[in-house]
Write a protein that binds this ligand. Structure first.
Ligand code: NAP
Length: 264
């Protein structure tokens, strides 16, 4: 049997499966032999991916179209997921904003906090308990290159990713003692639906397929992975700067990428 299915299977839950990194990870997990519960808001995209994976890999795939920005969506997912023996959570649903912090509508920033942090926290807590109860499981959380310092012109997005990074680091040792592996994934820029929704213009990017491969190789072996050459290069470029130098550098990078608000 495959290493990951043996260790965490038979079912995996992938949030954010309708696009980008979540969809690429779902494809990899289906190829590994996982049965899948795919979650996002766009039902048509989830159905198309489910049909593709069932035909290509003969695995069970179910879909659930819900908004993880709502309490109702999160509790609905927790209820629906009880029907399956899920042993792996890939919490890829998330989005960013960019541009001036003061010019951004506060409703957008709070909505981002709800999806990137509150939903991730609730799912991690619920599935962490379920996995600890069965004595094995894997949790994949999405941090970012931006998680490791403040980032002008993407301040709240970077703060949400700092929350996820810190959560993953903190729970890692606690859950390992209960048979549960936790992995923080910290990509650099990735070509996906992310840039359009965040109002960003990206130059060089890694592919979602690279990120999916990196996280699957790392789960159970590392607590943090920076998938792809670009994320490693960018992190190396920042490594020797003091924290305020990293903030300045990331602000320069982001002011070139932000298309919305009065980025400067
Ligand atoms: N792309 C990058 O450069 C990059 C870099 C570092 C980290 N990341 C992180 O990687 C993760 C995946 O991003 P990506 O690049 O794959 O972006 P993406 O292509 O835009 O995909 C985001 C996914 O999240 C889902 N989603 C967004 N809001 C949701 C909501 N309210 N409820 C349920 N699902 C929701 C979207 O589905 P629906 O729209 O159908 O709901 C979509 O499936 C995110 O956490 C992101 O912060 C991305």
């Amino acid at each position: 049997m495959n290493r990951l299915v043996d260790r965490y299977g038979p079912w995996a839950l992938v949030t954010g499966a309708s696009d980008g990194i979540g969809a690429a990870t779902a494809r990899r997990l289906a190829a590994e032999g996982f049965a899948l519960l795919l979650v996002a808001r766009r039902q048509a995209k989830l159905t198309a991916l489910a049909d593709e994976l069932k035909a290509a890999h003969r695995v069970e795939v179910e879909t659930l179209a819900i908004d993880l920005g709502t309490e109702y969506g999160v509790s609905g997912l927790l209820r629906a997921s009880e029907a399956h023996d899920i042993g792996m959570l890939v919490a890829a649903a998330g989005f960013g904003t960019s541009g001036s912090f003061l010019a951004s509508p506060i409703a957008d920033e709070v909505a981002m906090l709800d999806v990137n942090c509150r939903a991730v926290l609730s799912l991690t807590h619920a599935f962490g308990n379920r996995f600890a109860g069965r004595g094995r499981g894997g949790i994949v959380l999405f941090s970012s290159l931006v998680a490791f310092q403040g980032v002008p012109n993407s301040a709240n997005y970077a703060a949400t990713k700092a929350f996820v990074q810190s959560l993953a680091e903190g729970i890692g040792p606690e859950l390992r003692a209960r048979g549960v592996d936790v992995l923080a994934v910290a990509p650099g820029p990735v070509r996906s639906g992310f840039a359009a929704r965040a109002g960003m213009r990206m130059g060089a990017t890694d592919s979602p397929v690279t990120v999916a491969k990196g996280l699957i190789d790392a789960l159970g072996r590392q607590s943090l992975v920076r998938p792809g050459m670009l994320s490693k290069l960018l992190e190396f470029a920042l490594t020797f700067l003091p924290r305020r130098g990293r903030v300045w550098m990331m602000g320069k990078v982001m002011s070139g990428m932000a298309r919305t608000g009065d980025a400067r």
